[in-house]
Design a protein around this ligand. Structure first.
Ligand SMILES: Cc1cc2nc3c(=O)[nH]c(=O)nc-3n(C[C@H](O)[C@H](O)[C@H](O)COP(=O)(O)O)c2cc1C
Length: 184
C-alpha cells in the first residue's frame, strides 16, 4: 500500500503548477491527495488534479454526517504556503480545511514540510518571520530563504512561478523520512 501525502496549496499563482509536485511525489511512490484553501482553489485546475491523483480536491470542511472521501495522511507538504496561512497556522487557527488538517497533523506528529512563497513586502511583516521561526521551533520543516526561493517584488509573481522549488519540498520530506521521523 502506498503511503498517503496531502499536498496543501494556498492562494498564490504558484499553486497553478501543483501538478508538478504531484507527479514527482507519485514517482516516489506516494499516493497524493490535493487539498486547497478556498483562495488556493482559484489558481488550480481541480478537475485535472483529481484526474491525476485519483482523489477529489477538497477545500472545505465536510458537513456533519458526510463520509471521509480521502484516505488518512502519513505526511503533508504545504506549498505554496501563503503568508496568511503561515501566520494562522502558527497561531493554531483552523478556519479552513487546509489549516484544520495542518493543525491536527502537527498535533499527531506527522512529518510536515512547508514552502512559504510571497513577495518582499509581505515577507517584511514582522509577524511572518516570527511565524516561520515558531513553526520551525515546533519541528516543521519550513523551507524559506534566498537559497530556497528568492523573494520577488510585489506585483511580479507571475514571472517567477516557474522557479518554485517543488523538488526541494519532496527532498525535505525524504530527509525527514530517512532521519526516522515516523510516518504514522
Ligand atoms: C493574484 C494574487 C496573487 C497572490 N499571491 C500571493 C503569494 O504569492 N503569496 C502570498 O502569501 N499571498 C498571495 N496572495 C494573497 C493571498 O491569496 C491572500 O492573502 C489569501 O487570503 C490567502 O488565503 P489562504 O492562505 O487561505 O490561501 C495573492 C493574491 C492574489 C489576488
Amino acid at each position: 500500500m502506498s503511503r498517503v501525502l496531502y499536498l496543501i496549496v494556498c492562494g498564490s499563482p504558484a499553486a497553478r503548477n501543483a501538478h508538478l509536485l504531484v507527479a514527482l511525489a507519485q514517482a516516489g511512490g506516494w499516493d497524493v491527495c490535493v487539498v486547497a484553501t478556498p483562495d488556493g482553489r482559484k489558481f488550480i485546475d481541480d478537475s485535472a488534479l483529481a484526474a491525476q491523483t485519483g482523489h477529489p480536491v477538497r477545500s472545505v470542511f465536510k458537513n456533519p454526517g458526510d463520509p471521509d472521501v480521502l484516505p488518512d495522511a502519513h505526511a503533508m507538504i504545504v506549498a505554496p504556503a501563503t503568508v496568511n496561512t503561515i501566520n494562522k497556522w502558527s497561531a493554531g487557527i483552523a478556519d479552513t480545511l487546509a489549516l484544520g488538517l495542518l493543525v491536527e497533523g502537527q498535533g499527531r506528529g506527522l512529518p510536515i514540510v512547508a514552502v512559504p512563497y510571497t513577495n518582499t513586502a509581505m515577507a517584511a511583516h514582522p509577524a511572518f518571520l516570527e511565524s516561520v521561526g515558531r513553526l520551525r521551533g515546533w519541528g516543521i520543516a519550513v523551507l524559506f530563504g534566498e537559497e530556497v526561493v528568492p523573494l520577488h517584488a510585489p506585483g511580479t509573481v507571475e514571472a517567477h512561478i516557474d522557479d518554485f522549488p517543488w523538488q526541494l519540498a519532496l527532498d525535505a520530506l525524504r530527509e525527514r523520512d530517512n532521519a526516522g521521523v515516523p510516518l504514522r
